[in-house]
Design a protein around this ligand. Structure first.
Ligand SMILES: [Zn+2]
Length: 575
């Protein structure tokens, strides 16, 4: 490809809206352009990268026996109603009506649609197991699209669904996908972590996220440097801390806290650290009010609370309920004298003494509150999000908190969808059973962003060879010099003939401009043809990543470059 014929409009300045490196660099390097918030057009170089990642994904899915199909983004509401997700999915789902008033959505995922396909076609155990996948565009009406391809409203995803006879079969499919995902991300040049994840709205039992640690990310995680444990903060287990120096119980005290409702306000006013405060959060669990107690400086994890109480539905109580159970306006709830069905305290509360709580009356807090003496706890449970420095639940070493970008997510769904949609098969004895399912997603466009987040410097992108839009760029210093131009063309032709994906920067621009663009776009190999190289019949080959340079004879440049590419691809290949 000649750069004069290329459509890759680069920008010198960073667009103001782009907050993170991948977003900034994709716009600056001319890989994509914004259509509207959270929706992008992929330009030639950007789309080449996407296609390369897709190809890696295809190869690894096929390797495990996956079969590629393609389904529509347009999905009828009936199937989503059958699974109960039409309402549950919430405002993130793009919904629309056709001219006859029939309801549709633009699919954020495809569990229902794949299940319906299978239900109508698969009859016998002989047709199972089945691994079907597609690479397709998905939609999610994000409340605040941000960070370019990391939180977009339209994105490309690979989603595979496994259909098995039983749990044992699902275990096999799950393992295959786990392995496939490791291979995909390794080949993309990403260093990733596999973390235990919460199953959330998908339903099911087991779930793992493939996360790339990045400076800015969607996922909050903790990991142990010693034993390798890693989990999403929502999922990470918090173990009970040892009780150290319990204080002597001081007499309970009422303190007036006019208009002090938040932890910060109360803590500042009473001059006690937030860790000496206990928050009382009122929830409605399947219709009954409960109170959850948590240290003032911690964050309650609703998923953990929901799991612990075994509630089908859990929501923060409304103002009226809070008024009823506490007898006070919002902001002054406390466990002393509260009328709820159950008081559940986080494990950390067990070891606390003489703490501060809300007084269940307007403008009132209580000081020196103690469990047993002043109120009863019905149950202790792990209710909070893990934080940096918490002991590892496996080996007790301190955990490290990090931000990450989730690039892949695998779920054991079990029979949630086959049951809702009636997907069954007949076994050897003619008895029917529900098909056991798994669902496995890779965010293709998000993977592009994650690769850039972890492979760039101040000059631009540094593509791993496997996903680079082109392997090499040939840069003649001065195209108006015929001899230089001829030599650059010769080198370019030699590379093409050897199967190297090469670009010739034949623009009549200053060399500085061309070098800047080459670094910004991030071609792994740059080959410079200048007056000096002309005399020696050698060209300068420079590697983007290591910045190493080497003078190479024109006759052997194709062989030299091919060897670099081969080695780099081999290094990215999983063992
Ligand atoms: Zn550990």
């Amino acid at each position: 490809m000649k750069v004069s014929r290329m459509y890759a409009p680069t920008l010198r300045e960073s667009p103001a809206e782009a907050e993170i490196a991948s977003h900034r660099l994709m716009l600056r390097a001319g890989l994509m352009r914004k259509l509207v918030s959270g929706v992008y057009s992929y330009l030639p170089l950007g789309y080449r990268v996407i296609r390369k990642i897709e190809q890696i994904v295809r190869e690894e899915m096929d390797r495990q026996g996956g079969l590629e199909i393609l389904m529509s983004a347009l999905q009828p509401a009936e199937l989503w109603r059958a699974s109960g997700r039409w309402e549950d999915y919430g405002p993130e789902m793009f919904k629309l009506d056709d001219r006859n008033g029939r309801e549709f959505c633009l699919g954020p995922t495809h569990e229902e649609i794949f299940t319906a396909l299978i239900r109508d076609e698969v009859r016998s155990y002989r047709q199972l197991p089945l691994l079907l996948y597609q690479i397709q565009t998905k939609y999610r009406d994000e409340i605040r699209p941000r960070f370019g391809l990391i939180r977009a409203r339209e994105f490309i995803m690979k989603d595979l669904y496994s259909f098995d006879r039983d749990e044992a079969g699902l275990d096999v499919s799950y393992k295959k996908m786990y392995e496939a995902y490791c291979r995909v991300f390794t080949r993309c040049g990403l260093s990733y972590m596999v973390v235990e994840a919460d199953v959330g709205a998908m339903g099911g039992t087991d779930s793992h996220e493939f996360v790339v640690v990045t400076e800015v990310g969607e996922a909050d995680l903790v990991f142990c440097k010693k034993c390798g444990y890693a989990a999403n903060v929502e999922r990470a287990e918090c173990i009970e801390p040892p009780v150290t120096d319990l204080e002597d119980l001081k007499p309970l005290e009422e303190v007036s806290t006019p208009d002090m409702r938040t932890i910060e306000e109360v803590s500042g006013f009473l001059e006690v650290p937030p860790s000496k405060l206990v928050k009382t959060l009122i929830y409605i669990a399947d219709g009954r009010p409960i109170a959850a107690l948590i240290r003032g400086d911690r964050e309650l994890n609703e998923a953990k609370l929901k799991r612990f109480v075994g509630a089908g539905e859990l929501a923060m109580a409304d103002e009226e309920t809070i008024g009823k159970v506490t007898g006070a306006p919002v902001g002054f709830a406390g466990p002393v004298g509260i009328s709820v069905d159950q008081v559940i305290a986080d494990l950390e509360i067990k070891g606390m003494s003489n703490f501060v709580v809300g007084g269940n009356a307007e403008d009132l807090h209580l000081r020196n509150v103690n469990i047993e003496r002043d109120f009863k706890v019905d149950a202790y449970a792990d209710l909070r999000n893990a934080v940096d420095g918490d002991p590892c639940p496996r080996c007790k070493s301190p955990l490290t908190a990090a931000k990450g970008t989730e690039v892949g997510h695998i779920f054991k769904l079990g029979t949630k969808y086959s049951e809702a949609l009636g997907a069954k098969y007949l076994d050897e004895n003619g008895e029917d059973h529900l098909i056991v399912m798994g669902s496995y997603g890779i965010g293709i466009t998000r993977t592009v962003a994650a690769i850039i987040e972890s492979n760039h410097d101040e000059d631009g992108i540094i593509w791993p060879m496997s996903v680079a839009p082109y392997h090499a760029v040939v840069v003649p210093i001065n195209v108006t010099e015929q001899a230089q131009n001829d030599l650059a063309n010769e080198v370019y032709e030699r590379l093409n003939a050897a199967g190297v994906e090469a670009v010739l920067d034949d623009r009549d621009e200053r060399p500085g401009v061309k070098f800047k663009d080459a670094d910004l776009i991030g071609y792994p190999i740059r080959i410079v043809v200048g007056p000096k190289t002309l005399k020696s019949n050698q060209v300068e080959v420079k590697l983007r990543k290591s910045k190493e340079t080497q003078m190479v004879d024109v006759e052997s440049v194709a062989e030299y470059v091919t060897e670099i590419i081969r080695k780099e691809l081999e290094m990215l290949m999983p063992k």
